[in-house]
Design a binder for this molecule. Structure first.
Ligand code: BGC
Length: 459
């Protein structure tokens, strides 16, 4: 399994390629959620789905994702990260094809539930696997490949939705095309090794060594292996269980950080801006649907580019600083949006202003709580319960996502757009206070050091 030893640069490049394959789960997440908007436009006609059934179509995938995330950690701790990613890819292919070929509403919904389950599994296990195979110095960038793929997936879905919008049964293509990245993930994970940290925890030291040699493209892995084994031995001695996460005060603090960030990532409004954007833009003055969709595409692109910027700085500036700066930026843009909605817009200039502020908001999200939430939950839980801890945080993230999307239109109906965005701004302010008080800096530390420093050490 070990590759011929190459130069450091060559090994680096090879590792990045490995991470690029392992991160494909993020693409399933982004595409799977992003494609729904395009598909919905067809279902009223092709399946005579009324409004509430359309709502249910969206909800079943989100509920499937919450369920997938709930079982992901347990499965990943029991079966290993690699096998769960293989199962995720297979499930996604199956669900996508089933939904794309469906001739009855039941099969269509069943396909979407399977896709939802796969999205939930991918959302937990992709950052988990990426965090465990990389080195401390660039864990920020490598884990954020997941977020980069999520944003690319959403962007590609916007494009696919546009491309097939006028084709008869275009929705079949929209759903079916999701099988392609899933197939890639399946083939890729077939080749990649299991997480060395998980192997050590299972007592499979020889396989852990082989996996490390493969990942680092060198036989010189003794030092890293020793530190993993030491970490592993201490962890085995401690053997933390999930309920302990809430009983031990230091672990409880980690749990609160994970769950708090999960909620704040959603209740600050990102998915409202990403998914209701064409509707908002149209209503504020971009009356042509084409312009509204184009503006939405631009925002999708900003999301991708800003994530790349975050990858550049997460390991140098650190997670905490980026998180705080980004949240301040989000707060200011949300306040501006809230004020903007009060003006008598209904003009192209006004609508363009709203589009620009929305883009700035998305950029700040993509440089802060977007990637930092997934990164921190892959870092702050002890090895013994990392999978399950991440699962819990991810489930809460999906539930908060469902809640925000579910109440958005009613909220706008009740208190107007300006008031709704003011609520997101208030949530962002709370997120800033929460970060200042609770969130630790983890840059440059190995997962074992984080565990030592923040959890095991006496006060
Ligand atoms: C969030 C998603 C969001 C996406 C946008 C992710 O980190 O969890 O809810 O749609 O970022 O890029």
């Amino acid at each position: 399994m070990v590759q011929p030893e190459g130069s450091v640069k060559h090994r680096d490049r090879r590792f990045v390629l490995i991470a690029v394959i392992a991160g494909l789960g993020g693409l399933l997440f982004g595409y799977g959620t992003g494609v729904v908007a395009g598909v919905l436009l067809f279902l009223a006609h092709d399946f005579q789905l009324n409004g509430s059934l359309q709502g249910l179509f969206v909800a079943v995938a989100l509920a499937g994702a919450a369920l997938g995330a709930a079982i992901a950690g347990m499965l990943a701790d029991a079966w290993g990260r690699r096998r769960v990613l293989l199962a995720t890819a297979a499930l996604f292919v199956l669900g996508s094809l089933l939904a794309a070929l469906a001739n009855t509403v039941l099969l269509l919904f069943l396909g979407r539930v399977l896709v939802g389950l796969a999205i939930g599994l991918a959302s937990t296990v992709t950052p988990l696997y990426l965090a465990e195979i990389t080195t401390p110095a660039r864990r920020g960038a490598i884990v954020t490949i997941n977020q980069l793929y999520i944003s690319i997936g959403i962007f590609v879905a916007y494009g696919v939705n546009l491309l097939f919008a006028d084709l008869a049964s275009g929705w079949r293509w929209m759903l079916g095309l999701g099988a392609l990245p899933a197939l890639l993930l399946f083939v890729g994970m077939w080749v990649l090794p299991e997480s060395p940290r998980w192997l050590i925890k299972q007592g499979l030291a020889a396989r852990a060594e082989a996996a490390l040699q493969y990942l680092r493209s060198t036989t010189q892995v003794t030092e890293e292996l020793i530190s993993l084994r030491q970490g592993g031995a201490e962890i085995a001695a401690r053997s933390t269980s999930l309920p302990t996460l809430f009983r031990n005060p230091k672990l409880r603090r980690m749990m609160i950080i994970g769950l708090g960030l999960a909620v704040f990532q959603q209740v600050t409004g990102i998915n409202v801006v990403l998914y209701f954007a064409p509707k908002i833009f149209q209503e504020t003055g971009l009356s042509s649907p084409f312009m509204a969709i184009l503006a939405t595409g631009g925002i999708g692109l900003v999301n991708v580019l800003a994530t790349i910027l975050a990858m550049r700085f997460l390991d140098s500036l650190g997670r905490r600083k980026l998180l705080l700066w980004g949240l301040w930026g989000m707060l200011i843009s949300l306040l501006l949006l809230s004020a903007g909605f009060l003006l008598p817009l209904q003009s192209v200039a006004g609508a363009i202003l709203i589009v620009l502020i929305s883009a700035v908001f998305v950029a700040f999200f993509a440089m802060s709580i977007g990637p930092v939430f997934w990164l921190l939950i892959s870092e702050i839980f002890p090895q013994a319960v990392r999978g399950r801890g991440m699962s819990l945080a991810t489930v809460v993230n999906w539930l908060a996502n469902m809640l925000v999307a579910g109440v958005f239109l009613d909220l706008v109906g009740a208190i107007g757009r300006s008031g709704t965005f003011l609520i997101y701004a208030a949530m962002t302010l709370l997120a800033i206070v929460f970060t200042l008080k609770m969130v630790p800096e983890t840059k440059g530390l190995s997962l074992e050091q984080i565990e030592q420093q923040f959890i095991s050490n006496p006060e």
